[in-house]
Design a protein around this ligand. Structure first.
Ligand code: CP
Ligand code: NVA
Length: 319
């Protein structure tokens, strides 16, 4: 509704590479602001609509609560209940929703659909997970790593599918100067165009990216060990995909190769006993519920930045 030609969208985390460390600092400030959070209402009078084509627990609840905390009105639009994908195009949906809303979040199957919605909307659009990217997850993940500060020594290791969560973890990690080492089964490597972007960013920050099909190699000396489900939402039809991940489970034997104080990370939901064992996800090294909480704080920072940048700067003065 208050959109303009200069509106900013968040399709992938490298859309905000340059501001990322400040966005994370502000997310951490929100988290510790206490009573200031009750005064700071940058989304006062604004409505943020969230479209879901796939299920969600964390993204949905953290956006609804985060928007409310910022003084805005959250609307959740489940794809079964709206015309999108049935009798209305993405372009028309974007044009109509822009007449009511001040921002849109969109969880979709095809990344191109998020880009199309953003192209036709006159208000900021945030990708709330597509088949290619999950920027809100990466913002929360790098916030979690930042909170652990000096205790994280060693690179970020990814074990599993070269998927949407990995793409943004990689882009965000190298933007903030973390080395990233990944291991995927052959045929499940990350998207080459995302890798090109990550390599370009790493050339400016000095971060080192290395990839292989060997989980032990990826995890050796790691400060962070991250995994995700082997078969993502929308891939259930990919028969045999699961079997390709034999040997890629994050278990006690594998993490014994990481630094002793490594952080175990997972975007959740986890399929316990498949990509990770209970012993690892329930260990003292695991920060998976911190990550889940940080989704809300990171998205509050992103929403304020994209929907009311002036207020975002004012928050620093309140601290
Ligand atoms: N990590 C994450 O995006 O979780 P949900 O699918 O529950 O939103
Ligand atoms: N890679 C997973 C992440 C879920 C939060 C998926 O896309 O289903």
């Amino acid at each position: 509704m208050r959109g303009s030609d200069s509106k900013r969208d968040l399709m992938a985390i490298d859309d905000v590479s340059e501001e990322l460390s400040e966005l994370i600092a502000w997310a951490i400030a929100f988290k510790h602001a206490g009573d200031i959070n009750y005064e700071f209402k940058p989304l006062d009078g604004m409505s943020i609509g969230s479209i879901y084509e796939k299920p969600s627990t964390r993204t949905r609840v953290s956006f609804e609560v985060g928007v409310s905390r910022l003084g805005g009105h959250p609307l959740t639009l489940l794809s079964n209940d709206i015309q999108l994908g049935k009798s209305e195009s993405i372009a028309d949906t974007a044009a109509v929703l822009s007449r009511y809303l001040d921002g849109i979040t969109y969880r979709c199957f095809k990344h191109g659909d998020a880009e199309e919605l953003a192209r036709h909307a006159t208000v900021p659009v945030i990708n709330a997970l597509s088949d290619l990217h999950h920027p809100c997850q990466a913002a929360a993940d790098l916030m979690t790593i930042a909170e652990h500060g000096e205790s994280v020594s060693g690179h970020i290791a990814w074990v599993g599918d070269g998927n949407n969560v990995f793409h943004d973890l990689l882009l965000a990690g190298v933007a903030l100067g973390h080395d990233v080492s990944y291991a995927t089964p052959a045929g499940f490597e990350p998207d080459e165009s995302v890798m090109d972007r990550a390599r370009r960013i790493s050339a400016t920050t000095g971060a080192i990216i290395s990839g292989s099909n060997d989980p032990v190699k990826a995890v050796s000396g790691a400060g962070v060990v991250y995994t995700d489900i082997f078969v993502s939402m929308g891939e259930e039809h990919m028969e045999g995909k699961f079997n390709a991940f034999d040997g890629f489970q994050v278990n006690e034997e594998l993490v014994s190769n990481a630094n002793p104080d490594y952080l175990f990370m997972h975007c959740l939901p986890a399929h316990r006993g498949e990509e990770v064992t209970d012993a690892v996800i329930d260990s003292p090294n695991s920060v998976v519920f911190e990550q889940a909480e940080n989704r809300m704080w990171a998205q509050m920072s992103l929403l304020t930045y994209l929907c009311n940048e002036t207020a975002w700067h004012a928050f620093r003065e309140l601290e």
